[in-house]
Structures are given as structure tokens and as C-alpha cells.
Ligand binder design. Sequence first.
Ligand SMILES: Cc1cc2nc3c(=O)[nH]c(=O)nc-3n(C[C@H](O)[C@H](O)[C@H](O)COP(=O)(O)OP(=O)(O)OC[C@H]3O[C@@H](n4cnc5c(N)ncnc54)[C@H](O)[C@@H]3O)c2cc1C
Length: 351
Amino acid sequence: MHPIIIVGTGLAGYNLAKAFRKLDQGTPLVMITADDGRHYSKPMLSTGFSKGKSAEALAMAEATTMATELNATILTHTDVQSIDPHAHQLKTDDRVLTYRKLVLATGAAPIRLALEGDAKDAVFSINDLTDYGRFRAALPETAHVAIMGAGLIGCEFANDLHAGDYRTTVIAPSSQVMPGLLPTEAAGSVRSALEALGVSFRLGQAATGVFRAEDGVQLTLDNGDSVYADIVISAVGLRPRTPLAEEAGLAVNKGIVVNRLLQTSHPDIFAMGDCAEVDGHVLLYVMPLMACARALAQTLAGEPTEVLWPHACYRENACLPGGDGTASSGGQGAVAAGTRRCRRQGAVSGR
Ligand SMILES: Cc1cc2nc3c(=O)[nH]c(=O)nc-3n(C[C@H](O)[C@H](O)[C@H](O)COP(=O)(O)OP(=O)(O)OC[C@H]3O[C@@H](n4cnc5c(N)ncnc54)[C@H](O)[C@@H]3O)c2cc1C
């Protein structure tokens, strides 16, 4: 029997595998990840500095432990390079695997600004445990950290680093923090509260370059000013990882296009989490992906089930990456999501 293959071991991949194993203990399950497959909670990456947590301390389980717990084969440090939907096969660096059903849970990649200058290596994006470990290793004690991006994640990093005794300056072209997410008044309150703690803001100013300076780096701004810092975090947004799906001929828009069954334009390939655009909505939050994991687990176990959540969750653009806003967190608790058994049983081809 060919396995179900899940590409990605982030919160989407692992939560789907856990939910599936509650319903089906026997079907062979293979998980593939480009990283080391450690299980961790990504929201903890922007609360780890105040708690003094290393990347190792944030990891909840090694891939080998997850493989045992999930009765799955987990291939780590393995890049899926292409998919052949008609042959039901995918290709990694060193092998071809055949699947019965395929789930893409490949997440979203940080957007990188095209900055000029010779200090681009001092600019860090923190989007997974490895990024977090790398940044921590490079972070000098009592450093001044410049944060590009005033979205929720940029603000969370400012707050967390400040609480961890680092000086922070937030730089963004928007005139307020969390544009598209908070109304002006609420954004003003967040900014004032962070300023009262000691966080500095350079709003309405975009970074244009990053250069080596005598003692750290110089960030040049589009109004001619400069900010001097020891190290830089880029939190300017995330873009769903779609090339793998696109090259396989699957429908792609902002994310990998799926219906409420999480089914792509090919009936045996599904997508969920940050890489997916579910019924027109890219929702880069934990809560929606948990609802998707529960629904898709049921579908993969033979009970086609649609994911449901209230309209308020996907207010247009509230959750979208781009501009200077980041893939905003804060979705936890904001979304009450559920599932609905699908009356269109024929919509998913049977196992
Ligand atoms: C700093 C930060 C703080 C956050 N805080 C919150 C919060 O407080 N509340 C909230 O609701 N949300 C928050 N979020 C968003 C939330 O964490 C994400 O929506 C969620 O973790 C995405 O999980 P994922 O599994 O879809 O993607 P990821 O965790 O990015 O996993 C993607 C997986 O796909 C693998 N992969 C990708 N391409 C390939 C390939 N070609 N071959 C093999 N493997 C591949 C990767 O190796 C990885 O295993 C935060 C995000 C960040 C960055």
C-alpha cells in the first residue's frame, strides 16, 4: 500500500499527522522536511528572548521521537524538488517516492528587502528554529537590535527583545504599527505602550541599505537618516511557498489554491497551513491550521470533511503578508474554527 505523504513538519504537518493517527493507526505515513524535523511551536520564537531560551530549549521533540509517536517515517534534511501528480510521485534529492495521497504543508518564506550595502549578513529573518538559533548565536550581549517591519511580529520581537534587556528600534514605512490589523487608535496605544518601555520607532521611513559601520551596522533610510545598530531583524512579511505546486501544474494564487476540503486542483493532493489559500483566504495563524488539520485528518481517514471558521477571521488582508506588515500572529483565540462533514462525498476520491 502506498503511503500518505506529508511534506513539511511545521505545526501544520505535525498537527495533521497527530490528528490522522487518532483516526487511523495503520496507513503508512511518510513525512518529509527540508529542516531537521524538530517539533516546536513557532509562536515561541518571538517570546524566547525574554525567557532566555535557546533553540534547543524551545524544541519539544526530535524527529526520531516524533517518528515513533506518529508511527511514521520522517525524512529530514530532504528537499522535495518536484511532483508528478499523474504518476502520484514526488522527487527528492536522492529518491522517487510514490504516494496515495499527498499533503503540502510547506509553510511560507520570509520576504527579503532588496537593500544595498555590504552588511546584508547582519540582517536576520526568524521564521524557524534554525533561524532562531542562528540569530541567538550572532546576537551580542546587550545589543541594539534594529527591526525592519512594524507588523505584529516586528512588534512582538521588539517587546520580547526589550524584555530580554536588548535595545530595539522599529523601522517601517507605514505611519502606524500593525497596519491592516489594528485601527489607528489601537495602533497608537500599542506604540505608546512599547515606547513607554523604551522601544524606539522610526515610522514613515523605509530602510534602503545596510552597511558595515565602525561598531556594528548602519541602516540607511529613505529620508536620508541613518540608524546605527549591532544587528538587524527583518520582519517585513511572509510569502506562501508555492513554486513546488506551481511547477506541478496545480492552481496557485497568493497561496496554493484549495477548497474547504483542503483539496488542490488535483484530487489526490491537498495543502494546508501557511502555504495554502483556503477558499480564497491566506490565514497565517495557528488556529486556522489546527482546524484544517482536524478536517483534513478526517478526509484522509475516509470521511470527507470541510473546514469552517467564522467570517470575522478572514477580514480581507488582515492576515495577509506583504507591505511592511508581517505574517501577523495574534490569531490564537481570535478564531473559533470547526469542521463540517461534506455532503458531497464524491468530491474526494476514496482511499
Ligand atoms: C515569529 C513568529 C511568531 C508567530 N506567532 C504567532 C502567534 O502568536 N499566533 C499565531 O496564531 N500565529 C503565529 N505565527 C504564525 C504561525 O506560527 C504559523 O502560521 C505556523 O507556524 C505555520 O506553520 P506551517 O507548518 O504552515 O509552516 P512552517 O512551520 O513554516 O513549516 C513548513 C515546513 O515545510 C518544510 N518545507 C518547505 N518546503 C519544503 C520542500 N520543498 N521540501 C521539503 N520540506 C519543505 C519546512 O522544512 C518545514 O518543515 C507566528 C509566526 C512567526 C514567524
